[in-house]
Write a protein that binds this ligand. Sequence first.
Ligand SMILES: CC(C)(COP(=O)(O)OP(=O)(O)OC[C@H]1O[C@@H](n2cnc3c(N)ncnc32)[C@H](O)[C@@H]1OP(=O)(O)O)[C@@H](O)C(=O)NCCC(=O)NCCS
Length: 155
Amino acid sequence: MRPEPDRPLPTPLGPGDAEACVDLDRSAFGGLWSRSQWARELADPSSTVLGLRPDVVPPANALVALACGQTILDEFHLTAVAVAPGWRRQGLALVLLEALLAEARRRGCLRATLEVDGGNEAAVRLYGRLGFRTEGIRRAYYRSGGDALIQWLEL
Ligand SMILES: CC(C)(COP(=O)(O)OP(=O)(O)OC[C@H]1O[C@@H](n2cnc3c(N)ncnc32)[C@H](O)[C@@H]1OP(=O)(O)O)[C@@H](O)C(=O)NCCC(=O)NCCS
């Protein structure tokens, strides 16, 4: 089946993408990880980092979405997902996370887990769409006062 022309395919990101990840992290999260943290993540063989670069975006092939996680034994720990503000609500996070979870299965993971701020409605709904369920709560865990929801998904 041919991919739709306006729906880019997730591709693995590597050490050469650190700057693009920092830029997207800044615009989507306000700076979750530093450049050296991104460089470490992109070089770590237990990490998977996938990105979307629609070729219509100026500058050519700009990174508009990324998702990443770590394989720890038979668990996949989803650590971040970010979509540039102008590209949201088009299904890009869903496409990326489905590809990331498929890669986790390919690596032999049996379960996926993540931690999300219960006040982050977009993320909570997104993970719910993928079948993640809350199995633990850390009350007032975030600086915002939000609870951390510990979620799991059987792969
Ligand atoms: C959360 C985020 C990644 C969603 O990206 P996205 O590409 O807009 O999400 P999608 O278009 O794939 O949405 C899939 C589903 O998630 C839910 N969703 C996404 N954004 C939502 C929002 N703002 N409000 C409510 N539900 C939302 C919906 O169920 C949506 O399906 P629908 O559009 O058919 O209703 C994006 O808003 C973002 O980058 N936020 C800042 C970073 C962040 O908070 N990351 C998560 C914590 S690591």
